[in-house]
Design a protein around this ligand. Structure first.
Ligand code: ATP
Ligand code: MG
Length: 748
């Protein structure tokens, strides 16, 4: 989010400037013992991203020093993940096992220098001798072996003369070191096991602490970037490289915070348990945080890279909200994919006054997406609508189809309900309706008002498809084990109906199913005969909804409607209008009065209302901003469409009400479209709780004194924190949300 460089890049630039290195070489060093997950994606983005930014190289190296858990299928999955994310490793894939002969020679060298010895204590004794944080350890008696004896024993270990655990090779460092890891760490152990690459050539294997630093050195790595849990291993890393007195330059280790995401497990061990225990359907199950899972679900590499960039590189571990990842995929697909109609829970509607069939030309993309294309939508007498888009006894505020409330079929006509057909149990099985021939979208002269548009498909032409709907895999935000799994994480719906163009035209593999979310043709199971779609993500953050984010509202500038104390009574038509506004649309009487008394205003209001869902937001804008312009009696530089566009942005939280006024001013002066103004001026409001949460963290981290003061009772500082966040966001953060989240955070 901020333009400033992360600490790794700062260090790298220093090292280049000082001439410590001429070329930057990084590496991504996974152990091939499981499929890579989103945490690895972060590491991939860091290592490959740095190499790209400094015209260096990044190696892909399999850290395959543990023969019992590793496998080629994991190697393939790792290569696949890096490639899918769009990166290229330098040269061929490297393997720590390729360096086994060199590593052995380095070990011999250490023994010859008197810096390593063969120890014959057993595992338990080794642990006991190591001491504790509070007390120094004791050195094993075997540490006194002569160099010759050590060389002979180490060779015997290699020759297979001993059993597992009989001897180990240890570095001779310091048994009382404060860093426990430095108390004569193990360098080699005996393991009579088959390795997936070196087969049975070796029966001794180097430990991570010995193999990693030397593999880095052998490859000419300059910056060895790893996660924080290796902080204490850094001393060994340095010791090994220095002890061997290697020709410079040598690599240095730098640690960053590993990625954690709520509602997600990210350890390969836990993922392996899910796969092997059949809690999920393989490593590429779309509910898993594996790259293979995201890929199968329909995530794009761009969205994952954006996510990794957004969360940045930190030195302290923290938890990222999974909503932020979902935001990134939504944000990416919004600009890319065609919009189509699919009914997930069909309710048949027979249009009694419609004969024959027709094809409606419908754009694949809304006007704010810079892509073109349209398809023919077949329309006929029998259609399916979504079951919950009809309510026989509607609750208050229900804006869709009811026995008395007509509804618009998206891209098509307005329907009026005539009859509700039920089965013996009283369940609705069908609706009978009539359509209004003069209400066709784009050329509607019917004058019928509807409050919303719903999606539909022609029953005869629609294709039946299977959709797989995913919920979070875990029901708790910090899952520990399989007991925390969400039992409802997968819903398979085999009775969804989609418009035919999706199957026949193949404009894309990802779609927005209008009003439902983003979907992806399953790359494994999809066939034209049996189409299967995965739900990638919903249209809205269902999470944010739960947090009850207040809707942005326009501040009212109360208009004087009574001139000099004289109240002119409303005419009959005006009264009717007034009643509709206050009762049906629930506008406040002040605003309703302003609109109802002015024919120009009310007709502008009505025309715009056709395109938007929030009568109140629109009414405020028309009664204030639009009214002011109309009074000037000059030709208007905007129409209903433009005002609707503005209201939709307000409703969707893209802009704040304060910004809306600014945009309106610009519309009046330049005649530009509101979207274009918002883009050009960068006025988008930030309403993603996850992003705001990060801004709050930043502000709190920068102001520890004020935080302490607040906690000590100075609650006046609440405003300071809110103000700082708003300021840092350039006035773009949603103020209500900021204040809600700051308040929550301060209570923690
Ligand atoms: P896990 O605990 O999931 O098994 P790991 O660290 O053992 O992960 P490796 O295959 O050894 O997995 O990791 C390869 C690289 O990816 C290492 O450099 C590691 O630091 C990095 N990495 C692994 N998990 C994460 C994470 N959650 N966030 C950032 N980087 C990670
Ligand atoms: Mg590991």
């Amino acid at each position: 989010m901020s333009e400033s460089k992360d600490f790794l890049r700062v260090k790298i630039e220093e090292d280049l400037k000082s001439g410590k290195y001429q070329n930057i070489v990084t590496r991504f060093p996974p152990e091939p013992n499981g499929f890579p997950h989103i945490g690895h994606a972060k590491s991939i983005c860091i290592n490959f991203g740095i190499a790209r930014d400094y015209a260096g190289q990044c190696n892909l190296r399999m850290d395959d020093t543990n023969p019992t858990t590793e496998d080629t299928k994991y190697v393939e999955a790792l290569k696949d993940a890096v490639t899918w994310l769009g990166f290229k490793w330098n040269g061929k894939v490297r393997y720590a096992s390729d360096y086994f002969p060199k590593l052995y020679d380095y070990a011999v060298q250490l023994i010859q220098m008197g810096k390593a010895y063969v120890d014959s204590l057993n595992e338990e004794e080794i642990r006991e001798y190591r001491g504790s944080v509070m007390e120094a350890g004791r050195r094993s008696v075997y540490a006194n072996r002569s160099i010759e004896e050590n060389l002979a024993l180490f060779e015997g270990m290699k020759e297979g003369k001993f059993k597992d655990g009989e001897h180990v090779l240890r570095a001779k460092i310091d048994m009382s070191a404060a860093n426990m890891k430095m108390r004569d760490p193990l360098l080699y152990r005996i393991r009579h096991a088959h390795h997936f690459r070196t087969k049975d050539t070796w029966c001794i294997y180097p430990m991570y602490d010995f193999a990693h630093c030397l593999s880095d050195y052998i490859e000419g790595v300059t910056h060895s970037i790893c996660t924080l849990e290796f902080e204490n291993n850094r001393d060994i890393y340095d010791w090994v490289l220095d002890a061997l007195e290697l020709t410079p330059p040598r690599p240095y280790q730098h640690e960053f915070a590993r990625l954690g995401i709520n509602y997600t497990v990210m350890s390969k061990r836990k993922l392996l348990e899910l796969v092997n225990g059949n809690y999920v359907n393989g490593w590429d199950d779309p509910r898993l945080p594996t790259i293979a899972g995201y890929k199968r679900r329909g995530y794009t590499p761009e969205s994952i890279i954006n996510f990794c960039e957004q969360i940045g590189i930190a030195k302290a571990n923290s938890m990222v909200d999974v909503a932020q990842l979902e935001f990134c995929i939504r944000d990416d697909l919004n600009q890319k994919v065609p919009r189509v109609m699919c009914v997930l829970d069909p309710l048949k509607v027979t249009i009694e006054n419609y004969e024959g069939e027709e094809e409606i030309d419908a754009s694949y993309y809304p006007h704010d997406v810079p892509k073109e294309g349209s398809r023919k939508l077949p329309f006929s007498r029998e259609i399916y609508i979504e079951r919950d888009d009809f309510m026989e006894n509607p609750i208050e505020g229900y804006h869709r189809f009811t026995p008395t409330q007509p509804v618009r079929l998206k891209h098509a006509y307005i329907l009026t309900c005539k009859e509700v057909v039920k089965d013996a149990n009283g369940s609705i099985v069908e609706l009978k309706a009539t359509y209004h021939p003069d209400s066709k979208s784009g050329s509607d002269t019917s004058g019928i008002k509807t409050k919303s548009a719903i999606h539909w498909v022609s029953a005869k032409h629609a294709k039946q498809i299977e959709v797989r709907l995913y919920e979070r895999l875990y029901k708790v935000d910090a899952p520990e084990n399989v007991e925390d799994l969400n039992p409802d994480s997968l819903h398979v719906n085999k009775n969804a109906f989609i418009e035919p163009s999706v199957i026949c035209e193949k404009v894309d593999v990802r779609f927005q199913f209008e009003r439902q979310g983003y979907f992806y043709a399953d790359p494994m199971d999809y066939t034209d005969a049996h189409p299967v779609f995965n739900k990638i993500v919903g249209l809205k953050d269902s999470w944010a909804k739960k947090a009850e984010v207040p809707e942005p509202t326009m501040k009212l500038e109360v208009k004087k409607v009574h001139v000099e104390g004289v109240i002119t009574p409303l005419s009959e038509a005006e009264q009717k209008c007034f009643d509709r506004y206050t009762k049906e649309l629930e506008l406040n009487s002040e605003i309703a009065n302003t609109l109802a008394r002015d024919e120009k205003l009310s007709s502008f209001y009505e025309a715009t209302l056709l395109h938007v869902k929030s009568p109140t937001t629109l009414a405020n804008l028309v009664a204030n901003e639009v009214a002011r312009e109309l009074k000037k009696e000059l030709p208007l530089s905007f129409g209903a469409t433009e005002v609707a566009e503005l209201v939709i942005m307000l409703d969707e939280g893209v802009i704040s009400s304060k910004i809306a006024k600014e945009v309106f001013e610009a519309m009046v002066h330049t005649g530009e479209k509101p979207k274009a103004i918002v883009e050009r001026k960068g006025l988008k409001q930030i309403s993603d709780p996850a992003i705001i949460a990060i801004m709050i963290e930043e502000v709190m981290a920068k102001n520890p004194e004020n935080l302490a003061k607040y906690k000590a009772g100075n609650t006046n500082l609440f405003g300071f924190f809110v103000g700082q966040v708003l300021k840092n966001s350039g006035g773009k953060a949603n103020p209500a949300l900021v204040s809600e989240l700051v308040s929550k955070k301060l209570k923690q």
